[in-house]
Design a protein around this ligand. Structure first.
Ligand code: GLN
Length: 283
């Protein structure tokens, strides 16, 4: 017989969508009992301890109030790694994996140890996914936010990449002490325009505004990154940036203005133009 604190009855009585309730309850099970998610089925008569029950109620209420699942469970999968995330950083999005794929293709084509720059790293997602998938690669990751850098460093340590990924604090290229040119420069900067209604919807309400919006047209950070890229890029080097679904033409024009070549637009899984890459001439 299932009591009202059994896993089965907690799942059937919650007003959360079932898929979300299962993720959150699985998190409680792992944390309090080191049990896998399958215990939701195999041990569905199990009753939560008072402490676990209090945490479940808290987490359920937070989710009902809109808090992102990634912040509640403190992690999010990205490319082939799992990152610790907290309210000080943007929650990594699947579309940002496009930048990782662009970089990995370039690294493979270079066929030598490459050095990569990730501007505005947040949780470290782009930098660490590349370090994971391209073991010879040296990565520099910057962020203006000390809170974000602390989280990114924690992730680098956790994943064992502290020796190949270095961090620097500052706004875009100002974070770099000297202009050592890179093979590939990547960025997922804040590109949402101030006042865009998406900022007051869903997960975005809980994420750091500084990671989402430039407080202006949405293009100012993309502009700073693209127009100043030359001293930081090797001849023949590649720059790729993520942008909003309606910013592709503007970003292509910025790349043209910066005299970059082989300009390419990359689509996300939803079919939106989501990233643009360009190459510095070889001579
Ligand atoms: N991709 C995020 C979103 O639209 C925005 C992140 C960003 O501004 N770089 O939810």
């Amino acid at each position: 017989m299932s009591t009202n604190t059994s896993l089965r009855s907690l799942l059937s009585s919650t007003t959360l969508p079932q898929n979300e309730a299962k993720i959150l309850l699985a998190f409680i099970l792992e944390k309090h009992y080191q049990l896998p998610r399958s215990a939701l089925l195999s041990r569905d008569e199990m009753e939560l301890s008072p402490a676990a029950l209090v945490q479940w109620k808290g987490i359920e209420a937070s989710r009902l109030a809109g808090e992102p699942i990634a912040y509640l469970v403190g992690k999010r999968g990205f490319h082939d790694i799992e990152l610790y995330v907290a309210p000080g950083v943007l929650i990594p999005r699947p579309e940002t994996e496009i930048l990782v794929e662009i970089a990995l293709r370039e690294i493979q084509a270079l066929n030598r140890p490459a050095n990569i720059l990730d501007l505005g790293t947040g949780s470290g997602a782009i930098a660490l996914a590349i370090a994971h998938s391209a073991p010879q690669t040296i990565v520099t990751a910057t962020d203006q936010s000390l809170e974000a850098l602390a989280i990114a460093k924690m992730n680098a340590e956790q994943l064992g990449f502290s020796d190949r990924v270095q961090f620097a604090q500052g706004s875009w290229y100002e974070a770099l002490k000297e202009a050592i040119p890179f093979d590939v420069i990547l960025s997922n900067p804040p590109y949402i325009a101030a006042g865009d209604s998406h900022l007051s919807e869903g997960d975005l309400r809980f994420e750091p505004a500084s990671a989402l919006t430039d407080g202006a047209s949405g293009l100012s950070c993309l502009e700073a990154i693209i127009l100043q890229v030359h001293p930081y890029l090797k001849p023949g080097g590649l720059v790729a940036v993520e942008h909003g679904f309606d910013q592709s033409d503007a970003v292509v024009n910025l790349m043209k203005a910066a005299q970059l070549q082989e300009i390419q637009v990359h689509k996300d899984l939803a079919g939106h133009c989501r990233a643009v890459s360009g190459r510095k001439s070889k001579s």
